[in-house]
Design a protein around this ligand. Sequence first.
Ligand code: ATP
Ligand code: MG
Length: 283
Amino acid sequence: MLTIAIQNKGRLNEDTVSLMRDAGITASASHRKLISDAKGFPLHVLYLRDDDIPQAVALGVADIGIVGLNEVLEKEQDVDVCMKLGFGTCRLSLAVPNNVEYTGLNWFDGKRVATSYPVILRNYFVENNIKAFVHEITGSVEVAPAVGMADAIFDIVSSGGTLIQNGLKEEETVIYSEAVLISNPHIDEVRRREIDKLKFRFQSIIESRGMKYVLFNLPKIHVQEAVSILPGMKSPTILPLAAPEWVSLHVVIHEKDLWEKVERLKTVGATDILVLALENVIK
Ligand code: ATP
Ligand code: MG
């Protein structure tokens, strides 16, 4: 049976649990338990701090794990990144105080940069031939320049609000991160097949997120015009209605295109448009 390591609490926990739930897998919600058996897939679930997940997977304590790509890059453990999961998106950036006249990466030469991601930062400075002092601190990185502990910071940014509050401006984005599924690179064939099944479920869920199932009625004579507006491939489905001059069209549309498509469909005579939530697209 596979073991998956997931964050026990924190920003990734909720989205991880909902991805698993949407994929038909539920595990005990008690965060006090370190390990529990899942229902819906033969799986042990190991609840860890996100810092410990790459190592747990590299050592084979867990076969797979869900963790931010930032932690994978920082820990430099021997794990394979199997797939991106589309949540926990953020970036790791260099930021400097607002009053600094930033002249480009060379500005960092000889400067002290506070961070909780020293490995990623040192690698980045080496690649770019910058000689800066990397000052590792574990929390409240963003206050380091104000209290005189550093000249700049390297930290996680999502909206940028925390930087603004602390009088900092983002100057260089070093990596983009999101939650990823990682696996131990040395697992046997049987486990590999189990992981493939899990990846297939996750992929279906991720692809169906943001998709809507749309049905509408249309005078038969306008079918070609409607089809040209809609996404390609095997869609739409065209069904006859009891009224001989009319048909019903069914199609899957991404949320972001929905209103633009619906407005255009109305101009070619679409009526009675139903937009339904889509749970899963299994290819
Ligand atoms: P743990 O107690 O498990 O060590 P943590 O405090 O290190 O948790 P969280 O703040 O829960 O970590 O963040 C977990 C992950 O969420 C981060 O490593 C990152 O991949 C992602 N993330 C997305 N947006 C943000 C954000 N705005 N701030 C921090 N992390 C974010
Ligand atoms: Mg952590």
